[in-house]
Design a protein around this ligand. Structure first.
Ligand code: ATP
Ligand code: MG
Length: 411
């Protein structure tokens, strides 16, 4: 038997309803905040991610679905959404136009990780990117939007906030950190690799032995330059004005070279070890890293699968009409009626002959509000029998008013 690949899964109802609810809610809110949809390819040149996400990251170092296509191109399934959106932004010359742009996207991402609860090899993200605004008000704006999305989904999550400085203060801090790390006797293997490639990422290690040894490490927030420090203070003030609770976490690092200033994450304590539901931050240098004209940027991405576990979609009321036939001679008339009625309202037509009792049972399962039936008596009278499955009222309506839907608005 052929099975889906490890870490990849099929989505059926009722999970799809939750999925749709998450995407629809997020889309509506993003549009309300002035973001537009951008759709970029799932397959990109590998070098895009090598340059942007960077070889020091786990994503590029270990997790890429990378292969050579028939034309000899080194390509890879996107592991995240920002790089593609930035590439598109530059390719379509938005950087040169110097415009301010706000985009949202959603779709599948691919990472060759060890599958476990909340961690898959194909998963989905909803994300946003904002270009051209160098002001902590935009950081607050984006975080407020993310908070509104989570609130509307019914997801309780706490906000962690940090600042990673800028090209002026970060390198000085990095030196201090390396000095400290060099004195630590036994870091884990991953950390030894990170120390060489991207020492900041060591702070993020989940290994308890490493964590213990790192507890006296110098902290980035103690080494911010005056401009970064000012922006960070302002961001906190804006969040306080907006009544968005947060806690400062100087151990929260994104570790990628292009990340500057604010970094943030929303954490839930209801979904186990994989607790981050969304992460984001400023990437003021990414556009120039990818060959564009220097343009400030900030964004976030939410993990849809983790939100599916937490989202509380409202109960959908019953809707639509189920139509069944009780005799073979009624099938053509029923077919015609469903075709007409469907122009007005969701209509489910059961072709199979069944008893009234079985039709009622099936109509109930289909979550329709109405169960309608045509049998011998209705054929003779040119009527349709209908029952409201909520208030249990039954009535007989003329065939013509049934098929044009006018019976729905009649008492
Ligand atoms: P984590 O620390 O959980 O590995 P991350 O830092 O790799 O997360 P990001 O790259 O910031 O995650 O992606 C944003 C969000 O996407 C995460 O907060 C998480 O909700 C989700 N996510 C990341 N990787 C996966 C995965 N393999 N499966 C499901 N969701 C994921
Ligand atoms: Mg990860």
């Amino acid at each position: 038997m052929i099975k889906a690949l490890k870490g990849m899964k099929d989505l059926f109802e009722p999970e799809n309803k939750r999925y749709e609810f998450v995407i629809q809610t997020s889309t509506n809110i993003a549009k309300k905040y002035g973001f537009e949809l951008v759709q970029t390819p799932i397959l990109e040149e590998s070098s895009l991610f090598l340059r942007s996400v960077g070889e020091s990251s786990d994503i590029v170092g270990k997790e890429m679905y990378r292969f050579v296509d028939k034309g000899g191109n080194d390509v890879c399934l996107r592991p995240e959404g920002t790089a593609g959106v930035v590439r598109a932004f530059i390719e379509h010359k938005m950087d040169r136009a110097g415009v301010k742009k706000r985009y949202f996207y959603h779709g599948p991402m691919y990472r060759y990780e060890r599958p476990q609860k909340g961690r898959f090899r194909q998963f989905h993200q909803f994300g946003v990117e904002s270009f051209g605004i160098d002001d902590p008000k935009e950081d607050a704006f984006i975080i407020a939007m993310l908070k509104e999305i989570l609130d509307n989904l019914g997801v309780k999550a706490t906000l962690k906030l940090n600042s990673l400085g800028c090209p002026e203060c970060m390198p000085k801090y990095r030196e201090k950190l390396i000095e400290f790390l060099n004195k630590i006797p036994n870091l884990c293997e991953d950390c030894l690799r990170r120390k060489e490639l991207n020492p900041i990422r060591v702070l993020d290690c989940k290994n308890s032995n490493c964590q213990m040894q790192l507890k006296d490490a110098p902290l980035v927030t103690d080494h911010l330059c005056s401009s970064c420090s000012e922006d960070f203070k302002n961001l906190q003030e804006f969040l306080t004005i907006l009544k968005i609770d947060f806690s400062l976490d100087p151990w929260l690092v994104r570790g990628l070279d292009y990340y500057t200033k604010s970094a943030f994450e929303f954490i839930s304590d209801e979904i186990g070890a994989q607790s981050a539901v969304a992460g984001g931050g400023r990437y003021d240098r990414l556009v120039e890293f990818l060959g564009g004209k220097p343009t400030k940027g900030i964004g976030f991405a939410m993990g849809i699968e983790r939100l599916l576990e937490l989202a509380k979609p409202p109960l959908e009321p019953r809707s639509g009409v189920y139509l069944g036939v009780l005799s073979e001679s009624a099938t053509k008339k029923a077919l015609k009626a469903t075709y007409e009625l469907r122009k007005k309202i969701k209509t489910v037509y059961e072709y199979e002959l069944k008893s009234l009792k079985s039709h009622l049972k099936q109509a109930d399962k289909s979550e329709c509000l109405w169960c309608a039936c045509i049998g011998e008596n209705e054929l003779i009278d040119d009527t349709v029998w209908v029952k409201n499955l909520e208030n249990k009222e039954e009535r007989t309506v003329p065939y013509s008013t049934f098929k044009d839907g006018s019976w729905l608005t009649m008492d």
